[in-house]
Ligand binder design. Structure first.
Ligand SMILES: C[S@@+](CC[C@H](N)C(=O)[O-])C[C@H]1O[C@@H](n2cnc3c(N)ncnc32)[C@H](O)[C@@H]1O
Length: 336
């Protein structure tokens, strides 16, 4: 499970903050987009540099409280929108002079502690998992979707080996009563043959439901596509991921658009030298030992970044084709 905060001390630790600051270099000024404002960890640090402006987004309306304090303090340098980052192209930007766009994916410690959101398998009451601006909840998914659809969600979004058995058991149990959070945990505990003692038995199913309810796959893909479109040449896209599915998407997006062969294969009209990105790092940047000590949940964080070389249009075809099967699974929600 990801979170950017140290639970024991309830302090806020934005993951890989120093590494991000050294990549985006706010000391030279400019406009930055923080796509996942959360507790404002990155935004506050960037605003410490006087010649900067930050446009921040977060889908969770709770972020409005923290952002309103910053609006008062930094008016004209800080702007907040309660929007999803897939809608980056809808920002009314005066000019396309964006220096860097940053994504710190997943959920925050505050969100997982929020009982109403029901993101944790330790929650009681109805299933929910909505981070904000959602169309349906985990309660709808578990109590309404077909067995085969549930199985696909668990398998492809959670990499859960016992997907079939768990989906069957859910469908059998919901005939008697609606399934709530602890009801689901119990079904998973009974259904699972082998246990991995390093993680909670319900971790993968809860992750898959969170991804599905929040449409995290299409959010990430369209977030990256639209970030690329609004970024100025020379600008950077920086992404921190917390699980392998996210990292796979980011890695493919960055790599395939930085390599000559992939561009020329799918877009023969573009000349070989016309790469969209230059890769910032070949291997992901990981938290240092001292960060891991201070903030153990940062252990699954991976940072990747690219520098945009030039404006190229219609680059998204290959990306959408590659991940279409995952977007199709998200589209099962149309049945709800
Ligand atoms: C890991 S936290 C970010 C923490 C932040 N970097 C900080 O230092 O406080 C992730 C945040 O991203 C938000 N979020 C997740 N998916 C989003 C999306 N598609 N669009 C906008 N915000 C999103 C969540 O609501 C959460 O507040």
């Amino acid at each position: 499970m990801n979170a950017t905060i140290l639970p024991e001390k309830e302090n806020h630790y934005p993951v890989l903050l120093n590494e991000i600051i050294s990549i985006i270099t706010p000391q030279y000024g400019g406009t930055f987009i923080d796509c996942t404002f959360g507790q404002g960890g990155y935004t506050k640090k960037i605003l410490e540099y006087p010649k900067t402006k930050v446009i921040a987004l977060d889908r969770d309306p709770e972020s409005l409280k923290i952002s309103s304090g910053l609006i008062e303090k930094f008016n004209k340098r800080f702007f907040f929108k309660n929007k999803k980052f897939s809608q980056l192209d809808e920002l009314e930007l005066n000019n396309k002079n964006i220096n860097s766009i940053i994504f710190d994916l997943g959920f925050s410690y505050t969100q997982i502690k929020d009982k109403n959101k029901g993101l944790s398998f330790n929650s009681y009451g109805d299933l929910n998992m909505k981070m904000g601006l959602n169309e349906f909840s985990a309660k709808d998914v578990i109590n309404k979707l077909d067995k085969s659809d549930l199985e696909k969600i668990f398998k492809f979004f959670g990499d859960e080996k016992d997907s079939k058995k768990i989906a069957s058991s859910i469908v059998k149990n919901r005939k008697k009563n609606k399934i709530d959070t602890q009801g689901l945990v119990k079904i998973i505990e009974i259904s699972k043959k082998k246990r991995n003692h390093k993680i909670h038995v319900a971790t993968k199913i809860f992750q898959s439901l969170r991804i599905f309810v929040n449409k995290e796959i299409s959010e990430l893909i369209y977030g990256l596509i639209n970030a690329t479109k609004i970024l100025k040449p020379g600008g950077k896209i920086v992404v921190v991921t917390f699980h392998s599915l996210e990292d796979k998407i980011v890695k493919f997006f960055f790599k395939s658009l930085s390599e000559k062969k992939s561009i020329s294969r799918y877009m023969p009209e573009v000349k070989e030298e016309d790469n969209l990105f230059q890769l910032g790092n070949k291997k992901p940047i990981l938290p240092s030992n001292s960060e891991l000590k201070m903030n153990p949940p940062s252990r699954s964080a991976k940072l990747r970044y690219v520098i945009k070389e030039k404006d190229i249009f219609n680059f998204e075809k290959e990306i959408l084709k590659k991940f279409n099967f995952l977007i199709e699974i998200e589209n099962l929600s149309k049945k709800l």
